[in-house]
Design a protein around this ligand. Sequence first.
Ligand SMILES: [Zn+2]
Ligand SMILES: [Zn+2]
Length: 346
Amino acid sequence: MRQLTFIGPGKLEWWDVPAPQIRAGTDAIVRPIAVARCDLDYAMVTGAAPLPGPFAFGHECAGEIVEVGDAVTNVKPGDKVVVPFQISCGACDHCLRGWTNACLSVTRGAVYGMKPICGEEFGGALSEFIHVPFADHMLVPLPDGVSPQVLAGGSDNIADAWRTVAPYMEQYPNASVLVLGSGRGIGLYAVQVALARGAARVLYAEIGSGSEAMRMAKEMGAEVQHVPVPKDVKSLGSFNITVDSSGDVEGLNLAIRSTGVCGTCTSNSVYFDNAVPFPMMRMYTKGISFHTSRVHARAVLPDVIHDVACGHFHPEQVTTLEASFSDAAEVMDDPGPKVVFTNDWV
Ligand SMILES: [Zn+2]
Ligand SMILES: [Zn+2]
């Protein structure tokens, strides 16, 4: 089968590889219908995230089940499903606590499309088929009337943005929300979730000169602000909920400086450095809660899908380029916030 393979920055190749097979009764084989470009995919392709190839590429996907093992009972061939990018069993102690990014039944960090993160190749979403273990737990049905293109990113980035805002909204009536974005999709999803959940004020800020995402955030109804030199800015105000999706240490620090008394700051940026400077004294005196981790994609996915299905949350408005699988290698470095690929082989 065809598999998009990451060789190195700027270099993706289509390889012909064996199609995955059912290996256990709990497995399924899924044909990806829509695949979204994760913000980290963009960073890998442009060289900003140093992961060594070769490996199967793409990890945000919704598709159709084509085959299931004989122990699978919750889903069946023909069902349309979202495939979480992290692999989890649903039955171990961690999964039962909702820590599905740290399943004890699989290799630590097991993910599609990013072999160097876990050291094991699980396949990539930009392929004709992908192998899904623990299918009864892993595969989350798409609701009626919601297309795979809308929720392909629910595998990862949409869920990752949702968890930075939605779980804290009830804690802060008339919440004020600050999102520090990077010009990619994830910050825009966070803006959408905040607006959909009734935030009284949403500010989207970007470091540097700003981008297409800034214009889009404004159109969605957020206030927007460029921050050319974040270290010169004392704060952007005092917000109940702050989100650092900037991917910039200065952005992280500005998000914390802009978090109000007893506020909550979540960073879903990936910092490849353990020595990131951190304003501990400010956090202590203001009582700021800080969260960082990989998202528990499978655990939050049903709530994310619920918000989309009831029409409160429109992730498709973040998509700036729709392309086909056949074009994926050529347009993966498109500078827009979010690219979604549709399978043009079926
Ligand atoms: Zn990702
Ligand atoms: Zn598990």
